[in-house]
Design a protein around this ligand. Structure first.
Ligand code: AMP
Ligand code: MG
Length: 487
Protein backbone atom coordinates (compact mmCIF):
# COMPACT_ATOMS: atom_id res chain seq x y z
CA UNK A 1 0.00 0.00 0.00
CA UNK A 2 1.32 3.42 -0.95
CA UNK A 3 0.00 6.74 0.23
CA UNK A 4 0.25 9.51 -2.29
CA UNK A 5 -0.79 13.09 -2.02
CA UNK A 6 -0.93 14.06 -5.71
CA UNK A 7 -4.18 12.29 -6.53
CA UNK A 8 -7.22 14.52 -6.69
CA UNK A 9 -9.53 12.32 -4.64
CA UNK A 10 -10.58 13.77 -1.31
CA UNK A 11 -12.08 11.06 0.85
CA UNK A 12 -13.80 11.58 4.16
CA UNK A 13 -14.21 8.76 6.67
CA UNK A 14 -17.35 9.85 8.36
CA UNK A 15 -18.87 6.41 8.85
CA UNK A 16 -15.66 5.14 10.46
CA UNK A 17 -15.40 8.23 12.66
CA UNK A 18 -19.01 8.31 13.83
CA UNK A 19 -19.53 4.54 14.16
CA UNK A 20 -16.14 3.04 15.00
CA UNK A 21 -17.80 -0.01 16.58
CA UNK A 22 -19.05 -0.96 13.11
CA UNK A 23 -15.89 -0.23 11.11
CA UNK A 24 -12.80 -2.39 11.02
CA UNK A 25 -9.82 -0.51 9.54
CA UNK A 26 -8.54 -2.70 6.74
CA UNK A 27 -6.51 -2.70 3.56
CA UNK A 28 -7.14 -4.13 0.14
CA UNK A 29 -4.98 -6.90 -1.24
CA UNK A 30 -2.17 -5.64 -3.45
CA UNK A 31 -2.88 -6.41 -7.10
CA UNK A 32 0.22 -5.96 -9.22
CA UNK A 33 -1.36 -5.88 -12.66
CA UNK A 34 -4.61 -3.95 -12.14
CA UNK A 35 -6.05 -2.36 -15.25
CA UNK A 36 -9.35 -0.63 -15.88
CA UNK A 37 -11.84 -2.62 -17.97
CA UNK A 38 -14.76 -0.19 -17.85
CA UNK A 39 -14.97 3.31 -16.42
CA UNK A 40 -18.13 5.32 -15.94
CA UNK A 41 -16.93 8.72 -17.10
CA UNK A 42 -20.21 10.60 -16.48
CA UNK A 43 -20.31 9.25 -12.92
CA UNK A 44 -16.63 10.10 -12.41
CA UNK A 45 -17.46 13.67 -13.48
CA UNK A 46 -20.38 13.75 -11.03
CA UNK A 47 -17.94 12.81 -8.31
CA UNK A 48 -15.47 15.46 -9.42
CA UNK A 49 -12.93 12.78 -10.40
CA UNK A 50 -10.61 12.98 -13.37
CA UNK A 51 -11.30 10.12 -15.78
CA UNK A 52 -7.88 10.41 -17.42
CA UNK A 53 -6.28 9.88 -14.03
CA UNK A 54 -8.61 6.98 -13.19
CA UNK A 55 -7.63 5.26 -16.44
CA UNK A 56 -3.90 5.59 -15.64
CA UNK A 57 -1.90 2.92 -13.83
CA UNK A 58 -2.16 4.89 -10.58
CA UNK A 59 -5.88 5.40 -11.14
CA UNK A 60 -6.38 1.64 -11.50
CA UNK A 61 -4.42 1.14 -8.28
CA UNK A 62 -6.69 3.62 -6.56
CA UNK A 63 -9.77 1.82 -7.86
CA UNK A 64 -8.62 -1.47 -6.36
CA UNK A 65 -7.70 0.11 -3.02
CA UNK A 66 -3.96 -0.24 -3.43
CA UNK A 67 -3.00 3.41 -3.79
CA UNK A 68 -4.70 5.42 -1.10
CA UNK A 69 -5.28 9.15 -1.36
CA UNK A 70 -4.06 11.25 1.55
CA UNK A 71 -6.24 10.87 4.58
CA UNK A 72 -8.07 7.78 3.32
CA UNK A 73 -9.12 5.37 6.02
CA UNK A 74 -10.61 2.27 4.41
CA UNK A 75 -12.79 0.05 6.56
CA UNK A 76 -14.75 -3.16 6.32
CA UNK A 77 -18.26 -2.47 7.57
CA UNK A 78 -19.91 -4.74 10.10
CA UNK A 79 -23.49 -5.85 9.60
CA UNK A 80 -25.75 -8.74 10.47
CA UNK A 81 -28.70 -10.04 8.49
CA UNK A 82 -31.48 -12.48 7.86
CA UNK A 83 -30.46 -14.65 4.93
CA UNK A 84 -33.41 -16.58 3.51
CA UNK A 85 -35.13 -16.01 6.85
CA UNK A 86 -32.30 -17.32 9.03
CA UNK A 87 -30.44 -14.83 11.20
CA UNK A 88 -26.67 -14.43 10.95
CA UNK A 89 -25.30 -12.15 13.69
CA UNK A 90 -22.04 -11.41 11.86
CA UNK A 91 -21.90 -10.95 8.11
CA UNK A 92 -20.13 -7.71 7.20
CA UNK A 93 -17.93 -6.81 4.25
CA UNK A 94 -16.32 -10.17 3.55
CA UNK A 95 -14.92 -9.08 0.21
CA UNK A 96 -15.48 -5.36 0.21
CA UNK A 97 -14.14 -2.15 1.67
CA UNK A 98 -15.55 1.30 2.19
CA UNK A 99 -12.73 3.48 0.87
CA UNK A 100 -14.44 6.58 2.19
CA UNK A 101 -16.98 9.23 1.31
CA UNK A 102 -16.74 11.81 -1.47
CA UNK A 103 -18.62 15.08 -1.71
CA UNK A 104 -20.01 15.08 -5.25
CA UNK A 105 -20.46 18.13 -7.48
CA UNK A 106 -23.98 18.64 -6.10
CA UNK A 107 -22.61 18.69 -2.57
CA UNK A 108 -24.01 15.26 -1.66
CA UNK A 109 -21.96 12.72 0.26
CA UNK A 110 -21.43 9.46 -1.64
CA UNK A 111 -19.68 6.27 -0.54
CA UNK A 112 -16.81 4.98 -2.64
CA UNK A 113 -16.78 1.25 -2.02
CA UNK A 114 -14.79 -1.64 -3.47
CA UNK A 115 -16.16 -5.12 -4.04
CA UNK A 116 -13.69 -7.97 -4.54
CA UNK A 117 -10.76 -6.21 -2.85
CA UNK A 118 -9.58 -9.20 -0.83
CA UNK A 119 -10.28 -11.01 2.42
CA UNK A 120 -11.29 -9.15 5.57
CA UNK A 121 -12.08 -10.22 9.14
CA UNK A 122 -15.65 -10.83 7.88
CA UNK A 123 -14.71 -13.26 5.10
CA UNK A 124 -15.75 -16.41 6.98
CA UNK A 125 -15.23 -19.23 4.44
CA UNK A 126 -14.96 -16.92 1.40
CA UNK A 127 -11.80 -15.89 -0.40
CA UNK A 128 -12.62 -12.16 -0.43
CA UNK A 129 -12.36 -11.90 -4.21
CA UNK A 130 -14.69 -11.44 -7.16
CA UNK A 131 -14.55 -12.56 -10.77
CA UNK A 132 -14.71 -10.32 -13.84
CA UNK A 133 -18.05 -11.55 -15.21
CA UNK A 134 -20.20 -11.00 -12.08
CA UNK A 135 -18.65 -7.56 -11.50
CA UNK A 136 -19.35 -6.54 -15.11
CA UNK A 137 -22.83 -7.92 -14.62
CA UNK A 138 -23.41 -5.70 -11.58
CA UNK A 139 -21.99 -2.74 -13.53
CA UNK A 140 -24.35 -3.33 -16.45
CA UNK A 141 -27.51 -4.04 -14.50
CA UNK A 142 -27.07 -1.26 -11.96
CA UNK A 143 -26.45 1.26 -14.76
CA UNK A 144 -29.53 -0.06 -16.61
CA UNK A 145 -31.58 0.37 -13.43
CA UNK A 146 -30.29 3.91 -13.05
CA UNK A 147 -31.28 4.69 -16.65
CA UNK A 148 -34.74 3.28 -15.91
CA UNK A 149 -35.10 5.74 -13.03
CA UNK A 150 -34.81 3.09 -10.32
CA UNK A 151 -32.80 4.22 -7.28
CA UNK A 152 -29.62 2.16 -7.17
CA UNK A 153 -26.00 2.01 -6.22
CA UNK A 154 -23.90 3.04 -9.21
CA UNK A 155 -20.91 1.43 -10.85
CA UNK A 156 -17.84 3.63 -11.24
CA UNK A 157 -15.46 1.05 -12.67
CA UNK A 158 -14.59 -2.57 -13.09
CA UNK A 159 -10.87 -3.14 -12.78
CA UNK A 160 -9.24 -6.43 -13.74
CA UNK A 161 -6.89 -7.44 -10.95
CA UNK A 162 -4.67 -9.61 -13.14
CA UNK A 163 -5.12 -12.31 -10.52
CA UNK A 164 -7.14 -15.50 -11.00
CA UNK A 165 -9.89 -16.47 -8.57
CA UNK A 166 -10.89 -20.03 -7.84
CA UNK A 167 -14.55 -20.84 -8.41
CA UNK A 168 -15.61 -24.07 -10.12
CA UNK A 169 -12.74 -23.24 -12.45
CA UNK A 170 -10.07 -20.56 -12.29
CA UNK A 171 -11.53 -17.24 -13.45
CA UNK A 172 -10.09 -13.79 -14.08
CA UNK A 173 -10.50 -11.58 -11.01
CA UNK A 174 -11.86 -8.03 -10.78
CA UNK A 175 -12.80 -5.30 -8.38
CA UNK A 176 -15.99 -3.28 -8.80
CA UNK A 177 -15.74 0.31 -7.60
CA UNK A 178 -19.24 1.14 -6.45
CA UNK A 179 -20.84 4.42 -5.45
CA UNK A 180 -23.86 4.76 -3.17
CA UNK A 181 -25.73 7.30 -1.07
CA UNK A 182 -24.50 5.02 1.69
CA UNK A 183 -23.96 1.35 2.38
CA UNK A 184 -26.17 1.38 5.48
CA UNK A 185 -28.38 -1.68 5.45
CA UNK A 186 -31.21 -3.06 7.54
CA UNK A 187 -28.49 -5.51 8.59
CA UNK A 188 -26.37 -2.61 9.87
CA UNK A 189 -29.14 -1.78 12.33
CA UNK A 190 -29.53 -5.45 13.23
CA UNK A 191 -25.82 -5.56 14.03
CA UNK A 192 -26.02 -2.41 16.15
CA UNK A 193 -29.14 -3.60 17.99
CA UNK A 194 -27.61 -7.02 18.69
CA UNK A 195 -24.74 -5.41 20.60
CA UNK A 196 -27.34 -4.35 23.19
CA UNK A 197 -25.90 -0.83 23.08
CA UNK A 198 -28.94 1.37 22.52
CA UNK A 199 -26.71 4.41 22.26
CA UNK A 200 -25.05 2.81 19.20
CA UNK A 201 -28.49 2.37 17.59
CA UNK A 202 -29.24 6.02 18.35
CA UNK A 203 -25.95 7.15 16.80
CA UNK A 204 -26.53 4.98 13.74
CA UNK A 205 -30.02 6.46 13.46
CA UNK A 206 -28.63 9.99 13.69
CA UNK A 207 -25.97 9.17 11.07
CA UNK A 208 -28.60 7.75 8.69
CA UNK A 209 -30.89 10.75 9.16
CA UNK A 210 -28.09 13.22 8.51
CA UNK A 211 -27.07 11.40 5.34
CA UNK A 212 -30.42 10.55 3.85
CA UNK A 213 -33.06 12.73 5.47
CA UNK A 214 -31.48 15.96 6.67
CA UNK A 215 -34.98 17.43 6.86
CA UNK A 216 -35.59 15.07 9.81
CA UNK A 217 -32.64 16.29 11.87
CA UNK A 218 -34.10 17.44 15.20
CA UNK A 219 -37.16 15.18 14.89
CA UNK A 220 -38.88 14.61 18.21
CA UNK A 221 -38.66 10.80 17.77
CA UNK A 222 -35.70 10.16 15.42
CA UNK A 223 -36.16 6.38 15.34
CA UNK A 224 -39.77 6.70 14.29
CA UNK A 225 -38.98 9.42 11.78
CA UNK A 226 -36.31 7.23 10.19
CA UNK A 227 -38.54 4.16 10.22
CA UNK A 228 -41.27 6.05 8.36
CA UNK A 229 -38.78 7.45 5.86
CA UNK A 230 -37.25 4.06 5.13
CA UNK A 231 -40.66 2.45 4.75
CA UNK A 232 -41.61 5.18 2.28
CA UNK A 233 -38.37 4.78 0.31
CA UNK A 234 -38.57 0.99 0.15
CA UNK A 235 -42.26 1.01 -0.80
CA UNK A 236 -41.40 3.20 -3.76
CA UNK A 237 -38.28 1.22 -4.65
CA UNK A 238 -39.96 -2.17 -4.71
CA UNK A 239 -42.89 -0.73 -6.69
CA UNK A 240 -40.37 0.44 -9.29
CA UNK A 241 -38.82 -3.02 -9.44
CA UNK A 242 -42.23 -4.52 -10.05
CA UNK A 243 -42.99 -2.00 -12.79
CA UNK A 244 -39.83 -2.85 -14.76
CA UNK A 245 -40.00 -6.59 -14.11
CA UNK A 246 -36.87 -6.75 -11.96
CA UNK A 247 -36.22 -9.72 -9.69
CA UNK A 248 -33.60 -8.88 -7.07
CA UNK A 249 -33.11 -12.50 -6.17
CA UNK A 250 -31.55 -12.20 -2.74
CA UNK A 251 -33.59 -9.80 -0.63
CA UNK A 252 -31.84 -10.67 2.60
CA UNK A 253 -31.94 -7.91 5.21
CA UNK A 254 -28.24 -7.25 4.62
CA UNK A 255 -29.10 -6.48 1.01
CA UNK A 256 -31.78 -3.89 1.83
CA UNK A 257 -30.53 -0.34 2.12
CA UNK A 258 -31.61 2.46 4.42
CA UNK A 259 -31.16 4.93 1.54
CA UNK A 260 -33.76 3.16 -0.61
CA UNK A 261 -31.20 2.28 -3.30
CA UNK A 262 -31.13 -1.14 -4.91
CA UNK A 263 -27.97 -2.91 -3.75
CA UNK A 264 -26.02 -6.11 -4.38
CA UNK A 265 -26.71 -7.36 -7.85
CA UNK A 266 -26.03 -11.04 -7.38
CA UNK A 267 -28.59 -13.49 -8.69
CA UNK A 268 -30.85 -10.76 -10.07
CA UNK A 269 -32.52 -10.67 -13.49
CA UNK A 270 -35.14 -8.91 -15.54
CA UNK A 271 -38.11 -11.12 -16.21
CA UNK A 272 -38.77 -12.06 -19.84
CA UNK A 273 -42.21 -13.72 -19.95
CA UNK A 274 -44.48 -12.33 -17.24
CA UNK A 275 -44.64 -14.82 -14.38
CA UNK A 276 -45.14 -13.86 -10.74
CA UNK A 277 -43.27 -17.03 -9.77
CA UNK A 278 -40.10 -16.01 -11.64
CA UNK A 279 -36.99 -17.03 -9.73
CA UNK A 280 -33.47 -16.84 -11.15
CA UNK A 281 -31.31 -17.59 -8.13
CA UNK A 282 -29.87 -21.08 -8.18
CA UNK A 283 -30.21 -21.33 -4.40
CA UNK A 284 -33.78 -19.98 -4.05
CA UNK A 285 -35.46 -23.34 -4.59
CA UNK A 286 -38.42 -22.38 -2.37
CA UNK A 287 -39.11 -19.23 -4.36
CA UNK A 288 -38.88 -17.01 -1.28
CA UNK A 289 -37.62 -14.14 -3.42
CA UNK A 290 -39.78 -14.79 -6.50
CA UNK A 291 -40.90 -11.73 -8.50
CA UNK A 292 -44.40 -11.63 -7.05
CA UNK A 293 -43.20 -12.06 -3.45
CA UNK A 294 -40.96 -9.01 -3.42
CA UNK A 295 -43.41 -6.56 -1.81
CA UNK A 296 -44.17 -9.06 0.97
CA UNK A 297 -40.49 -9.73 1.58
CA UNK A 298 -39.79 -6.00 1.73
CA UNK A 299 -42.49 -5.65 4.36
CA UNK A 300 -41.00 -8.55 6.33
CA UNK A 301 -37.53 -7.00 6.15
CA UNK A 302 -38.90 -3.65 7.30
CA UNK A 303 -40.43 -5.37 10.32
CA UNK A 304 -36.93 -6.63 11.17
CA UNK A 305 -35.70 -3.04 10.78
CA UNK A 306 -38.45 -1.74 13.07
CA UNK A 307 -37.47 -4.28 15.73
CA UNK A 308 -33.96 -2.86 15.89
CA UNK A 309 -35.37 0.60 16.65
CA UNK A 310 -37.90 -0.43 19.32
CA UNK A 311 -35.81 0.55 22.38
CA UNK A 312 -35.42 4.04 20.91
CA UNK A 313 -39.09 4.55 20.00
CA UNK A 314 -40.53 4.62 23.52
CA UNK A 315 -39.38 3.70 27.02
CA UNK A 316 -42.52 1.61 27.37
CA UNK A 317 -41.98 -1.54 25.22
CA UNK A 318 -45.70 -1.94 24.46
CA UNK A 319 -45.99 1.66 23.33
CA UNK A 320 -42.90 1.18 21.17
CA UNK A 321 -44.47 -1.86 19.47
CA UNK A 322 -47.71 0.05 18.87
CA UNK A 323 -45.77 2.85 17.19
CA UNK A 324 -43.75 0.45 15.04
CA UNK A 325 -46.83 -1.48 13.97
CA UNK A 326 -48.72 1.64 12.97
CA UNK A 327 -45.74 2.68 10.91
CA UNK A 328 -45.32 -0.73 9.25
CA UNK A 329 -49.00 -0.75 8.32
CA UNK A 330 -48.39 2.19 6.01
CA UNK A 331 -46.13 0.08 3.79
CA UNK A 332 -48.98 -1.59 1.85
CA UNK A 333 -50.81 1.64 1.21
CA UNK A 334 -47.66 3.38 0.11
CA UNK A 335 -46.58 0.46 -2.07
CA UNK A 336 -50.00 0.18 -3.72
CA UNK A 337 -50.14 3.90 -4.39
CA UNK A 338 -46.74 3.85 -6.14
CA UNK A 339 -47.45 0.69 -8.04
CA UNK A 340 -50.92 1.77 -9.21
CA UNK A 341 -49.69 5.19 -10.28
CA UNK A 342 -46.81 3.56 -12.13
CA UNK A 343 -49.09 1.06 -13.85
CA UNK A 344 -51.49 3.79 -14.94
CA UNK A 345 -48.53 5.63 -16.43
CA UNK A 346 -47.39 2.47 -18.24
CA UNK A 347 -50.92 2.12 -19.60
CA UNK A 348 -50.99 5.75 -20.70
CA UNK A 349 -53.98 6.47 -18.47
CA UNK A 350 -54.64 9.59 -16.45
CA UNK A 351 -53.86 9.40 -12.72
CA UNK A 352 -57.37 10.69 -11.92
CA UNK A 353 -59.13 7.70 -13.49
CA UNK A 354 -62.17 6.51 -11.50
CA UNK A 355 -60.47 5.01 -8.39
CA UNK A 356 -63.01 2.18 -8.27
CA UNK A 357 -62.14 1.07 -11.81
CA UNK A 358 -58.37 1.00 -11.34
CA UNK A 359 -57.76 -2.06 -9.08
CA UNK A 360 -59.82 -4.47 -11.24
CA UNK A 361 -58.34 -3.12 -14.48
CA UNK A 362 -54.82 -3.70 -13.16
CA UNK A 363 -55.52 -7.05 -11.49
CA UNK A 364 -57.18 -8.35 -14.64
CA UNK A 365 -54.21 -7.25 -16.71
CA UNK A 366 -51.84 -9.21 -14.48
CA UNK A 367 -54.07 -12.27 -14.90
CA UNK A 368 -54.04 -11.87 -18.66
CA UNK A 369 -50.24 -11.44 -18.73
CA UNK A 370 -49.67 -14.39 -16.43
CA UNK A 371 -51.98 -16.69 -18.40
CA UNK A 372 -50.52 -15.55 -21.72
CA UNK A 373 -46.90 -15.77 -20.56
CA UNK A 374 -46.11 -12.80 -22.77
CA UNK A 375 -42.85 -10.87 -22.70
CA UNK A 376 -43.29 -8.21 -20.01
CA UNK A 377 -41.18 -5.46 -21.57
CA UNK A 378 -42.27 -6.00 -25.18
CA UNK A 379 -45.93 -6.15 -24.14
CA UNK A 380 -46.11 -2.59 -22.82
CA UNK A 381 -44.28 -1.22 -25.82
CA UNK A 382 -46.59 -3.09 -28.21
CA UNK A 383 -49.56 -1.81 -26.21
CA UNK A 384 -48.30 1.68 -27.03
CA UNK A 385 -48.72 0.80 -30.70
CA UNK A 386 -52.27 -0.39 -29.89
CA UNK A 387 -52.95 3.02 -28.36
CA UNK A 388 -52.02 4.43 -31.79
CA UNK A 389 -54.56 2.15 -33.41
CA UNK A 390 -52.37 -0.79 -34.38
CA UNK A 391 -53.22 -3.68 -32.07
CA UNK A 392 -51.85 -6.42 -34.36
CA UNK A 393 -48.44 -6.80 -32.74
CA UNK A 394 -49.74 -6.87 -29.17
CA UNK A 395 -52.52 -9.32 -30.03
CA UNK A 396 -50.00 -11.56 -31.79
CA UNK A 397 -48.17 -11.96 -28.48
CA UNK A 398 -51.04 -14.12 -27.19
CA UNK A 399 -51.67 -17.60 -28.58
CA UNK A 400 -55.33 -17.03 -27.66
CA UNK A 401 -56.05 -13.28 -27.44
CA UNK A 402 -59.70 -13.64 -26.32
CA UNK A 403 -59.19 -12.56 -22.69
CA UNK A 404 -56.72 -9.88 -23.75
CA UNK A 405 -59.17 -8.48 -26.33
CA UNK A 406 -61.82 -8.07 -23.64
CA UNK A 407 -59.35 -6.33 -21.35
CA UNK A 408 -58.07 -4.13 -24.19
CA UNK A 409 -61.57 -2.80 -24.89
CA UNK A 410 -61.90 -1.61 -21.28
CA UNK A 411 -58.43 -0.05 -21.38
CA UNK A 412 -58.96 1.64 -24.75
CA UNK A 413 -62.24 3.17 -23.56
CA UNK A 414 -60.24 5.28 -21.05
CA UNK A 415 -58.34 7.04 -23.84
CA UNK A 416 -54.68 5.97 -23.41
CA UNK A 417 -51.99 8.43 -24.45
CA UNK A 418 -49.53 6.56 -26.68
CA UNK A 419 -46.65 9.01 -26.51
CA UNK A 420 -46.85 9.17 -22.70
CA UNK A 421 -46.58 5.36 -22.74
CA UNK A 422 -43.40 5.47 -24.81
CA UNK A 423 -41.83 7.77 -22.23
CA UNK A 424 -42.15 5.23 -19.43
CA UNK A 425 -42.12 1.80 -21.10
CA UNK A 426 -38.57 0.79 -22.00
CA UNK A 427 -37.68 -0.69 -25.35
CA UNK A 428 -34.40 -2.02 -23.99
CA UNK A 429 -33.63 -3.80 -20.76
CA UNK A 430 -30.58 -5.95 -20.06
CA UNK A 431 -32.11 -9.15 -21.34
CA UNK A 432 -30.59 -12.25 -19.82
CA UNK A 433 -29.45 -13.84 -23.06
CA UNK A 434 -27.78 -10.59 -24.16
CA UNK A 435 -26.11 -10.17 -20.78
CA UNK A 436 -24.68 -13.68 -20.93
CA UNK A 437 -23.49 -13.19 -24.49
CA UNK A 438 -21.74 -9.92 -23.55
CA UNK A 439 -20.13 -11.41 -20.44
CA UNK A 440 -18.87 -14.48 -22.31
CA UNK A 441 -17.23 -12.23 -24.90
CA UNK A 442 -15.77 -9.96 -22.19
CA UNK A 443 -14.19 -12.86 -20.34
CA UNK A 444 -12.73 -14.04 -23.65
CA UNK A 445 -11.14 -10.59 -24.04
CA UNK A 446 -13.68 -8.81 -26.27
CA UNK A 447 -15.41 -5.96 -24.42
CA UNK A 448 -17.20 -4.62 -27.53
CA UNK A 449 -20.51 -6.53 -27.00
CA UNK A 450 -20.57 -5.39 -23.35
CA UNK A 451 -20.00 -1.77 -24.36
CA UNK A 452 -22.72 -1.93 -27.01
CA UNK A 453 -25.22 -3.47 -24.62
CA UNK A 454 -24.34 -0.90 -21.96
CA UNK A 455 -24.87 1.89 -24.48
CA UNK A 456 -28.26 0.45 -25.51
CA UNK A 457 -29.63 -0.02 -21.98
CA UNK A 458 -28.35 3.40 -20.93
CA UNK A 459 -31.03 4.97 -23.20
CA UNK A 460 -33.88 2.56 -22.60
CA UNK A 461 -36.83 4.50 -24.01
CA UNK A 462 -35.48 5.69 -27.35
CA UNK A 463 -35.98 3.11 -30.08
CA UNK A 464 -32.88 2.95 -32.26
CA UNK A 465 -32.72 1.67 -35.81
CA UNK A 466 -30.36 -1.29 -36.11
CA UNK A 467 -30.83 -2.29 -32.49
CA UNK A 468 -33.85 -4.55 -33.05
CA UNK A 469 -32.21 -7.64 -31.59
CA UNK A 470 -31.73 -5.85 -28.26
CA UNK A 471 -35.49 -5.38 -27.98
CA UNK A 472 -36.40 -8.98 -28.83
CA UNK A 473 -37.16 -11.65 -26.25
CA UNK A 474 -34.71 -14.52 -25.73
CA UNK A 475 -34.67 -17.15 -28.45
CA UNK A 476 -36.62 -20.29 -27.44
CA UNK A 477 -33.43 -22.32 -27.13
CA UNK A 478 -32.06 -19.99 -24.42
CA UNK A 479 -33.82 -22.16 -21.83
CA UNK A 480 -34.31 -21.57 -18.10
CA UNK A 481 -32.03 -18.86 -16.77
CA UNK A 482 -30.14 -19.23 -13.51
CA UNK A 483 -27.81 -16.86 -11.74
CA UNK A 484 -25.55 -17.46 -8.78
CA UNK A 485 -24.89 -15.73 -5.45
CA UNK A 486 -21.50 -14.81 -4.08
CA UNK A 487 -19.82 -15.20 -7.43
P1 AMP B 1 -24.17 -11.40 -0.70
O1 AMP B 1 -25.07 -12.58 -0.73
O2 AMP B 1 -23.30 -11.23 -1.91
O3 AMP B 1 -24.87 -10.15 -0.32
O4 AMP B 1 -23.10 -11.71 0.47
C1 AMP B 1 -23.46 -12.15 1.75
C2 AMP B 1 -22.24 -12.16 2.66
O5 AMP B 1 -21.25 -13.03 2.16
C3 AMP B 1 -21.57 -10.82 2.85
O6 AMP B 1 -21.12 -10.75 4.18
C4 AMP B 1 -20.42 -10.88 1.88
O7 AMP B 1 -19.36 -10.03 2.24
C5 AMP B 1 -20.02 -12.34 1.98
N1 AMP B 1 -19.34 -12.84 0.78
C6 AMP B 1 -19.88 -13.08 -0.45
N2 AMP B 1 -18.94 -13.54 -1.31
C7 AMP B 1 -17.79 -13.59 -0.62
C8 AMP B 1 -16.43 -13.98 -0.93
N3 AMP B 1 -16.09 -14.41 -2.15
N4 AMP B 1 -15.51 -13.89 0.06
C9 AMP B 1 -15.83 -13.47 1.27
N5 AMP B 1 -17.05 -13.09 1.65
C10 AMP B 1 -18.03 -13.14 0.72
MG1 MG C 1 -24.78 -8.39 0.19
Amino acid sequence: MTVRSDTTVALDSRFARELPEMAVPWQATTFDAAHVLVLNEPLAAELGLDSAFLRSADGARLLVGDLLPDGAYPVAQAYAGHQFGGYSPRLGDGRALLLGEIVDVRGDLRDLHLKGSGPTPFSRGGDGFAAVAPMLREYLISEAMHALGVPTTRALAVVATGQAVRRETMLPGAVLARVAGSHLRVGSFQYAAATGDVDLVRRLTAHAIERHHPELVGAHNPGLALLNAVIAAQAELVARWMLVGFVHGVMNTDNMTISGETIDYGPCAFMDAFDAASVYSSIDSGGRYAFGNQPLVAEWNLARFAETLLPTLDDDPDAAITLAQASLETFRTRYNAHWSAGMLAKLGLRPDLDPAAVPPLLADLLDVLQAGGVDHTAFFRALGAAARGNADSVRAMFSDPTAFDAWMLRWASSGPDASAMDDVNPVYIPRNHLVEEALDAAVAGDLAPFETLLDVVASPYRERPGRERYAAPAPPDFGAYQTFCGT
